[in-house]
Design a protein around this ligand. Structure first.
Ligand SMILES: Cc1cc2nc3c(=O)[nH]c(=O)nc-3n(C[C@H](O)[C@H](O)[C@H](O)COP(=O)(O)OP(=O)(O)OC[C@H]3O[C@@H](n4cnc5c(N)ncnc54)[C@H](O)[C@@H]3O)c2cc1C
Length: 496
C-alpha cells in the first residue's frame, strides 16, 4: 500500500509503444481484476519506434531476412534463428487473431496484410548461398511456400521494377514466399491500447516517468505532467519499462543489480521514400538483400511495398546514422547520461572491439543523398533522384552488455532485463522487435507471474511452444487456418 501522497495500482506500464500495449492486453486476459496505469510522455501512443513511419513494418518470420540464416564454418546454413523467429511471429499472429475473435481488435486489414517476402542476391557466391539457404529451409513446414528462382523471366514477374534498365551478366537469384506480411505496428498499438482502456486501463499521455524507487514490496513511480509540471506518485507491485530507447535510463534509475553494466548505443534510421505513384503501384513485395560489410544485421537493405493508413507507399533503406538521442523526440544528452561507473568498461570494450561497425556508421553518416540513390540502384537500376526523398525513421538503441569476464559486447537482439524477484522488467534493443512482442511479453509474464501463467490462459494461443516435434507441423497448419480466416491473410492456411 502506498502512503497518502501516492495512488496505488497493481501494474504500471511505462511507455505507449507496441510492447506496453501488448503487455496491457495480455495482463488483462491473465488477470482482468488487476488495475493498470500506462504513462506516455508524448501526446499520444505509438509516436516513436512503433509508429508505422518509424519502422519497416515487416512481420519478421525468417522468410526473407538473410541474417537469420548465417553460413557456418562447415559450409552449412544455420536455420535455428529463422525457425525461432518464425515460431515467435506465429504466436503474434495467433494472439492478434484471438483478439479479433474476441472483438478487442477491429478491422485487421487496417494493421496487417499479406505481401510476398523476397530475398534478393547477386553474384555467384551469394546465389550459391541463397540456393543453399532455400535447400535448408524449404522442406520445413513454416517455409514451404518459399520458391527459389534464378530464371530471369520468373524474376521479372516477381519484381518488374527491379529489372527495368538492368544490364550486365551478373547472376541474380531470389526466393519468394507468399506467407509474408506487412504490419502497421502503430495502428496495432493504438487498437491494443484502446482495447486495454475499454477493459479499465488508465492512460496518461503527456506524462513522463522520471523516477523509480522501492517502497516495501512495491515500486514507487514518480510521474511528471508535461503540461503544467505537476508531479504524481504511483505505487505498483509490478512495473514494465516499455520506454523504447530510454528504457536503459529508467532501468538504471531503478537501481536493480540486473541492469548494472548495460549500456546503449543509438543508431538512427533513414529511408528513401518514393514520391511517384506510378512507380509505387508497380512494386508489390518486401525485398531483402545482403547486408553491407560491417553493417549491423538490422541494416540489411530492403525495398518495401507497404500500405500505411490506407495509402500505398514504397520505401528503401534503412540507412544508418549516429545521434546521441535515445528517442526521436529525445535529448542530445541521452547517450552521455547513460554512461555510469558500472558500465564505463562496457562502452570502452565495445568502442575498442567494434572498429568495423564504427567505420561503417561513419561511412553511412557521410553518405550524401546521391550516394544513397546509388545503393538503391542496385535494387532499381532505373531509379531517378527526382522520384525519391529522404525520410527519418525511428531510433534503435543497440544494447551493450557485459559478456564473459565482464568484457563488454554489442548485442543485436531484444534483451529482457528483470529484477530477481520479477517485480520490474524492461526491454533493451530493438530487433526483431515488434514482430515478436507477444512472445517477449509472454516470457516476462512467465518470469514475473508464474502462478497466474500456470493457470494456462494462453495455452490455446501458444500451442507451438509445447507441441512435440512430431506434432509441430499439424499444430502449425491448424493455426495457419485460423490466421487466414480471422486476419484475412491469403498467404496462410494448410491448403497452401
Ligand atoms: C528503422 C526501424 C525499422 C524497424 N523495422 C521493424 C520491422 O520491420 N519489423 C519489426 O518487427 N520491428 C521493427 N523495428 C523495431 C520495432 O519498431 C521496435 O522493436 C518496437 O517498435 C519497440 O516498441 P516499444 O514499445 O519497445 O518502443 P516504442 O515504440 O519506442 O515506445 C516507447 C514509448 O515510451 C515512451 N517513453 C519513453 N520514455 C518515457 C518515460 N520516461 N515516460 C513515459 N513514456 C516514455 C516513448 O515516448 C514511446 O512512445 C524497427 C525499428 C526501427 C527504428
Amino acid at each position: 500500500m502506498g502512503d497518502d501522497s501516492a495512488s496505488t495500482v497493481d501494474i504500471v506500464l511505462i511507455g505507449g509503444g507496441i510492447m506496453s500495449a501488448t503487455m496491457a492486453t495480455m495482463i488483462q486476459l491473465m488477470r482482468p481484476d488487476w488495475s493498470i496505469a500506462m504513462f506516455e510522455r508524448a501526446e499520444s501512443v505509438a509516436t516513436e519506434s512503433s509508429n508505422a513511419w518509424n519502422n519497416a513494418g515487416t512481420g519478421h518470420a525468417g522468410l526473407c531476412e538473410l541474417n537469420y540464416t548465417p553460413l557456418q564454418k562447415n559450409g552449412s546454413v544455420s536455420t535455428a534463428k529463422a525457425l525461432t523467429v518464425n515460431t515467435q511471429f506465429q504466436e503474434s499472429l495467433r494472439y492478434w487473431a484471438e483478439l479479433v475473435q474476441r472483438g478487442s481488435l477491429v478491422q485487421p486489414d487496417r494493421f496487417i496484410r499479406s505481401i510476398p517476402h523476397v530475398s534478393y542476391v547477386s553474384g555467384e557466391t551469394d546465389v550459391a548461398f541463397l540456393r543453399k539457404r532455400y535447400d535448408a529451409l524449404a522442406h520445413k513446414a513454416p517455409f514451404r511456400t518459399m520458391v527459389f528462382s534464378d530464371d530471369s523471366d520468373q524474376l521479372v514477374q516477381w519484381a518488374p521494377l527491379m529489372f527495368e534498365g538492368r544490364g550486365g551478366s551478373t547472376p541474380i537469384a531470389m526466393t519468394r514466399s507468399v506467407a509474408g506480411t506487412d504490419v502497421n505496428f502503430g495502428e496495432l498499438t493504438a487498437q491494443l491500447v484502446q482495447s486495454a482502456m475499454n477493459g479499465g486501463m488508465h492512460l496518461f499521455t503527456r506524462h513522463q516517468v522520471t523516477g523509480l524507487s522501492r517502497r516495501g514490496d512495491d515500486w514507487r513511480v514518480k510521474v511528471v505532467n508535461r503540461d503544467g509540471g505537476g508531479k504524481k506518485f504511483f505505487d505498483a507491485r509490478f512495473v514494465f519499462v516499455g520506454a523504447g530507447g530510454t528504457a536503459l535510463h529508467l532501468l538504471q534509475a531503478s537501481g536493480i543489480d540486473e541492469a548494472k553494466g548495460y549500456g546503449g548505443f543509438p543508431v538512427s534510421g533513414q529511408f528513401l521514400h518514393c514520391t511517384d505513384p506510378e512507380l509505387i503501384a508497380r512494386h508489390a513485395a518486401k525485398v531483402y538483400g545482403q547486408p553491407q560489410l560491417n553493417a549491423p544485421p538490422m541494416s540489411m537493405p530492403h525495398l518495401d511495398s507497404r500500405v500505411i493508413d490506407g495509402q500505398r507507399v514504397l520505401l528503401f533503406g534503412p540507412f544508418a546514422g549516429v545521434e546521441p538521442r535515445f528517442l526521436k523526440a529525445g535529448s542530445w544528452t541521452d547517450l552521455f547520461r547513460s554512461i555510469k561507473p558500472n558500465n564505463l568498461r562496457t562502452y570502452l570494450d565495445v568502442a575498442h572491439d567494434e572498429f568495423g561497425l564504427t567505420k561503417y556508421l561513419i561511412g553511412q553518416v557521410l553518405l550524401k543523398q546521391g550516394a544513397k540513390m546509388d545503393v538503391l540502384r542496385d535494387f532499381i537500376p532505373s531509379a531517378q533522384d527526382s522520384e525519391w526523398v529522404l525520410h527519418n525513421a525511428g531510433m534503435r538503441v543497440q544494447t551493450l552488455k557485459p559478456g564473459a569476464n565482464r568484457h563488454g559486447k554489442l548485442e543485436f537482439g531484444t534483451e529482457i532485463v528483470s529484477s530477481a524477484d520479477g517485480t520490474i522488467a524492461g526491454l533493451l534493443g530493438a530487433s526483431p522487435g515488434a514482430s515478436t512482442a507477444v512472445s517477449i511479453v509472454a516470457h516476462i509474464l512467465e518470469r514475473s507471474f508464474p502462478a497466474e501463467m500456470a493457470r494456462g490462459v494462453f495455452d490455446d494461443i501458444f500451442p507451438l511452444r509445447t507441441a512435440a516435434a512430431t506434432d509441430y507441423e499439424r499444430t502449425l497448419l491448424a493455426g495457419e487456418d485460423i490466421i487466414r480466416d480471422v486476419l484475412g491473410l491469403e498467404g496462410y492456411g494448410s491448403n497452401i
